[in-house]
Design a protein around this ligand. Structure first.
Ligand SMILES: Nc1ncnc2c1ncn2[C@@H]1O[C@H](COP(=O)(O)OP(=O)(O)OP(=O)(O)O)[C@@H](O)[C@H]1O
Length: 262
């Protein structure tokens, strides 16, 4: 699915939080959204998911304007995995993942025949197949993060928006989740993921979009965007960027902050 975002903007209380964001994601590609804390990454993802109302702009998936769709039709196409999303405390993991099937049901029908198998496959895809009976609120932060991802997989979206999907995860789980994301994109799902780890972004993304102060300040293929100059300008951090000896992809080594940004 080709994703095209044009002039996307959002402001609140006189403050412009996302300003005229525009970018294009070719089919089968993973796009990383980078930028410092408060840059507007989460807000941008929420605008694209339709969970915040854009003040201007459009989001098109294979030419289809997502903002013109009914809520349920949009939910069949777009899934958002939020940072630290809350879910009803008394639900089991299986019930949480089953919620991902809601947009695919008709109003009066209950679960459809395929839902249990889709739910089980989604849990297996994130390595949580043994947790289906557990109460969601008894899980660790990393386990919750994986269940939320499974819920979005059960939704079978064409556009998958991930807000810091590696948050809370140990390094094995981070690599597993990002490998899964790559497989999904190879199967035709368009993925846009906000990430803080520049080396994981360099390894797993095809394209990067960098935000600062609500604006997109750089966008393009990973190798073009992820430069020492960009990292210093956006994060106020000194870094060197090398080519990985095996993969050739950029590797970032940090050498300190330029000044106090916090
Ligand atoms: N409802 C709101 N009212 C006022 N300011 C808001 C509101 N929502 C977001 N903001 C501000 O907008 C800016 C962008 O927030 P956003 O969460 O999109 O940033 P982010 O890039 O995802 O940050 P982080 O990396 O810390 O998660 C921040 O300064 C935030 O405080």
């Amino acid at each position: 699915m080709t994703l095209r975002v044009r002039g996307l903007s959002y402001g609140i209380g006189g403050k412009q939080i996302v300003c005229n964001a525009g970018f294009e994601v070719p089919s089968g590609a993973v796009t990383g959204v980078l930028g410092p804390n408060g840059a507007g990454k989460s807000t941008l993802l929420h605008l694209m998911a339709g969970t915040l109302p854009a003040s201007a702009g459009e989001v098109r998936l294979d030419g289809e304007d997502l903002f013109l769709l009914r809520r349920k039709d949009r939910a069949r196409r777009v899934a958002l995995v939020e940072q630290d999303a809350r879910t009803e405390l008394s639900m089991t993991v299986r019930e949480v993942v089953l919620l991902g099937r809601t947009p695919h049901r008709s109003m009066l029908a209950g679960d459809s025949a395929g839902d249990p198998a889709i739910t089980a496959a989604a849990l297996a895809a994130v390595g949580m197949q043994d947790f289906g009976h557990r109460l969601f609120n008894t899980l660790s932060g990393g386990e919750r993060q994986r269940v939320q991802l499974a819920r979005s997989l059960a939704q079978e979206p064409r556009l998958l928006l991930l807000d810091e999907p590696t948050n809370h995860l140990d390094i094995h789980a981070q690599l597993s989740v990002l490998s899964l994301v790559r497989r999904l994109s190879a199967d035709g799902v368009t993925v846009v993921a906000a990430l803080h780890d520049l080396n994981l972004a360099a390894e797993f993304c095809d394209h990067l979009m960098v935000m600062a102060g609500g604006q997109v300040v750089a966008a393009g293929p990973v190798g073009d965007v992820l430069t020492a100059e960009l990292i210093e300008r956006v994060y106020a951090v000194k870094a060197e960027v090398f080519a990985h000896p095996v993969s050739g992809r950029p590797v970032v080594a940090y050498s300190g902050t330029v000044d106090a940004v916090v």
